[in-house]
Ligand binder design. Structure first.
Ligand code: FES
Ligand code: FES
Length: 171
């Protein structure tokens, strides 16, 4: 898609994983494309582009949202958390990420960033979910690889160890 001139685009500033990030967005630019193309935060993936697969899930003001269903200009001034903000640095995984690794909850990893963001929001709202509730929540994500069993085990593991997924960093 050819870019519009800078004059036809709007300045957008978000708090991305606790740090201010700014760029320009034409009015129709999706938040996920703004994150990936304008800011360079490529952790959030694009799958279906119409709100079905969950690969693009990020948290906006703490709430898990499909970033392919939101325009970048709607995120202006808001807190956006992505998978890049979950660990403190590249060698420091959250309890949830460690459980994913331990339980083989990912294969190709394409769905994983969105799944992690949904689970982190879910566990903050419901720190002691049942297995049924976990399965229901995961049903909002399409994973072509894992069969979901590892993801369910990983979340149950985090829950039984009393470790909710860590909150994203704040500025
Ligand atoms: S890319 Fe957003 S839900 Fe599939
Ligand atoms: S791990 Fe490959 S799509 Fe989920």
């Amino acid at each position: 898609m050819p870019r519009l001139s800078r004059e036809a685009r709007h300045p957008v500033t978000i708090i991305l994983n606790g740090k201010r990030a700014s760029g320009y967005a034409e009015p129709r630019l999706l938040l996920v494309d703004f994150l990936r193309r304008e800011i360079g935060a490529t952790g959030s993936h694009v799958g279906c582009e119409h709100g079905v697969c969950g690969a693009c899930t990020v948290r906006v003001d703490g709430k898990a949202v499909r970033s392919c269903l939101m325009y970048a200009v709607q995120a202006d001034g808001r807190r956006v958390d992505t998978v890049e903000g979950l660990g403190d640095d590249s060698s420091d995984l959250t309890a949830l990420q460690s459980a994913f690794r331990r339980e083989h909850a990912l294969q190709c990893g394409y769905c994983t960033p969105g799944v992690l963001m949904s689970i982190s929001d879910f566990l903050e709202r419901n720190p002691k979910p049942t297995e049924t509730e976990i399965r229901e929540m995961l049903s909002g994500h399409i994973c072509r690889c894992t069969g979901y069993a590892g993801m369910v085990r990983a979340v149950l593991d985090v829950v039984s160890n009393g470790g909710a997924a860590e909150s994203p960093k704040s500025e």
